[in-house]
Design a protein. Sequence first.
Length: 410
Amino acid sequence: MQPFQLQIPTKVRFGEGVLEALGKEASSLGTRALLVYGGGSITRNGVYNTILHQLSAAGVSVTEFPGVKPNPVLSHAQEGARIARGAGVDLVVAAGGGSVIDEAKAIAAGAYEGGELWDFYIRKRTVSGALPILAIQTLPASSSEVNAVSVITNEQTKEKFSVRSPHLCPHTAFLDPTVTTSIPREYTAYACTDILSHMMEGYFTSSDPEAGVQDGMVEGVCRAVITATDRLMQDPSDLGARSTVMWAGALAWSGLMNAGVRGATIPNHMLEHPLSAYHDIAHGAGLSIVIPAWMKFARERHGGRIVRFGREILARSGVMDAGVLDVGTAGSTGNADNSEVADANTVEAVITALESWYRKIGTPVTFQEGGINAPEVDGYTAQALQLASLWGVPGYTKADIREVYRLAGA
């Protein structure tokens, strides 16, 4: 492992009824809150009324700011920051999925610092402070409720960029799996695909033969998510499976899984962000398009890790036939450094099994299946190259990126 620093300061309140502590947490931070949310889902599941009751009973006044999009946009976040400053709020309450929490982070930074929000996302400014954030997660997928990252789309330039700062970590995250049982199957599938991708990225690209702890965590949590997803496709109200997904959603992108892992990068997020920026598709849907195409492109570079993924995760989750793989010989560092030459047929079998599972749960694996009938490959490629530079994803040329998009059906 490489030296690393990991700080996850967010307090997590997990379980049924945790929102009963919202008033206490909020009143410890301030007396005027901006409530950020999306559409009507929090009114249908009762979260909205609970929030208003809790804040009112604790003496915290509320300014509401609804309308966050599934891919949050810069203009709306900028307006939220303006309203927050004008109302003199001293904390932000975000109620929704990762998109709502991501925009709430942008608002919290913008209200505290002023100026152009986009400057943070293009690295023109760094975030030096933000209003405290309480995150009520209702669609687990992004880990935004516990991490230091915010993702926003500039709808004018069609750029989907991110900013990272410890000031953006929520003060407290409220995770009540009972509020997620009404999420439709389609969005459950997209969310679970997103959660898995956060662990798969670093796992595939790892070149660390001494990351047995992280490999083991990724393998165990991925198996749990796949099993829970299959259960939720049969019964969306399965509370046990919802609990698994909610906790995995918080852990997957918290920084814990890839801490100190040599070589771990995020090429698939680099490749997907342009798709949801241009076409406003669900992030999980874009990832299920990009990931198999990237695996085909990277089969020689990362074949050993792909085979291990099939052996330790897909086969042991029942997604693929264990007979295709040697399931009995994997050690904690098996194929960890990508040095072994993987059998091409075995790699192909793993990719095919993953594609089949994606289709089984209802997520697309080609541009056409995702409703993208006229891919804008030049624009995607230019943005992916920008993200590679911003995020430190090495080894991808313009031709490489275009090839992945070609393999995805462009």
